[in-house]
Design a protein around this ligand. Structure first.
Ligand code: FES
Ligand SMILES: [Fe+2]
Length: 403
């Protein structure tokens, strides 16, 4: 740590040392430097996305929109109650199937003329208003989507599944530490205003937390730095923000001083989560070089010594994002129960509520491009470069009409 009065160093190079050099930052420019990113208003295909809690879906159809695709979720009573996902549009006249009902076991019937589809394969099985010999049966189907229930959430696969094959395992798109470790979690899912890219960049943004969240109750007892010197490194498919310098207060010539220090606040954590002597063994075992990491298709991990906060930014449409927040502790027994109680009593409101509502506010009101980036935005450009280099398939922005 350096004293605030130390002379401020010259701006660092805008390239990220540990990643292959990318295109220069476009100050004041458009997003054409990042063509994949620019085109990905609805995210990417061939990924599993979390949607709603599994407990929210029963025998009543439940509509969700994921990456621009309208989907109906429903439990299949003919298959031990597993959740199925179908395209939420009746091929007959385009009525949402989510307005219909499970008229017969293992099916969903459109509310308009009673076209009735199998939940497992989407095939038209009966047409109530055309009699038992309706010749159209078997000739029409609605698309189905793979669904997996993990962490209490329903994950839906948006992508192309070759005939005769299944999708990749959902575990591919989950953080490895959430597979196989005993854990307890609390969480919240909301649909918020703004494009998913702004939400993702806000999550990985180096600059804002120290100023925007200065007023958050969650930060009432913890000092935050005024400014940092940061790098971004690649680690196991994630990009990670690494803090090289933390500056707790600063004097701005001719303007004044700024610090977040107050007499009642504790100085916070060391510069990486595993370094704390109180670190949970699972978290220490991750050996993360920094607190904040990001990976595709849009998942942020903020690791503290004793718990990890995750947030997924799931595109709904171009103007809305499903924001799925999880707080996880790798504990069992009474410690797990204690955490659940703490989550419901405080964390849910202070952190997953008021604190991240400040982020939602910014994501809603921001308007870019054009933009004029500054030194800490190396986190933003690293995220965009990560997307460009990942070889992902962009989700088309045309609404899906067919079946
Ligand atoms: S629109 Fe669905 S049955 Fe007619
Ligand atoms: Fe934030």
């Amino acid at each position: 740590m350096t004293e605030a009065t130390a002379p401020r160093r010259a701006p660092r190079s805008r390239t990220v040392p540990s990643l292959p050099p990318g295109p220069p930052v476009q100050d004041g420019g458009d997003w054409s430097t990042w063509p994949t990113y620019e085109a990905a208003a609805l995210g990417f295909r061939n990924f599993w996305y979390p949607t709603v809690w599994a407990s929210q879906v029963g025998s009543k159809p439940y509509p969700v929109t994921v990456a621009g695709e309208r989907i109906v979720l429903i439990r299949d009573d003919a298959a031990r109650g597993v959740v199925r996902a179908l395209h939420d549009r009746c091929p007959h006249r385009g009525v949402p199937l989510s307005l219909g009902r499970r008229q017969f076991p293992g099916t969903i019937s459109c509310p308009y003329h009673g076209w009735t589809y199998g939940l497992s394969d989407g095939k038209l099985r009966a047409v109530i208003t055309d009699g038992p010999d309706s010749p159209i049966c078997g000739k029409v189907a609605v698309a189905t989507y793979p669904v997996a229930e993990r962490l209490g959430l329903l994950f839906v696969y948006i992508g192309d599944v070759p005939a005769g094959q299944g999708p990749p395992p959902v575990e591919r798109d989950l953080p490895a530490e959430l597979v196989g470790n005993p854990l307890v979690l609390g969480g919240r899912t909301d649909v918020r205003a703004g494009n998913w890219r702004f939400a993702a960049e806000n999550g990985f943004d180096e600059g804002h937390a120290k100023y925007l969240h200065n007023t958050a109750l969650w930060r009432l007892f913890k000092v935050m730095p005024t400014w940092n010197v940061t790098r971004v490194v690649d680690r196991d498919g994630w990009i990670v923000r690494v803090q090289d310098e933390l500056h707790w207060d600063a004097t701005f010539p001719g303007v004044g001083t700024f610090t977040n220090k107050r007499w009642w606040k504790r100085m916070p954590l060391p510069d990486r989560p595993g370094k704390s002597p109180k670190a949970n063994p699972v978290i220490a075992g991750l050996d993360l070089p920094g607190f904040v990491s990001f990976r595709l298709p849009g998942l942020l991990r903020v690791a503290y010594p004793q718990f990890i906060h995750y947030e997924w930014y799931v595109p709904v449409d171009a103007d809305r994002v499903r924001y799925v927040q999880l707080m996880v502790r790798f504990e069992t027994g009474w410690r797990a129960q204690l955490f659940k109680a703490k989550y419901l009593a405080a964390i849910r409101w202070l952190f997953h509520g008021q604190f991240t509502a400040q982020d939602a506010w910014m994501v809603d009101v921001m308007d870019a491009p054009p933009e004029r980036l500054y030194r800490p935005d190396l986190s933003i450009t690293a995220l965009r470069r990560h997307i460009e280099q990942a070889g992902v398939t962009i989700q088309p922005t045309e609404p899906r009409r067919g079946h």
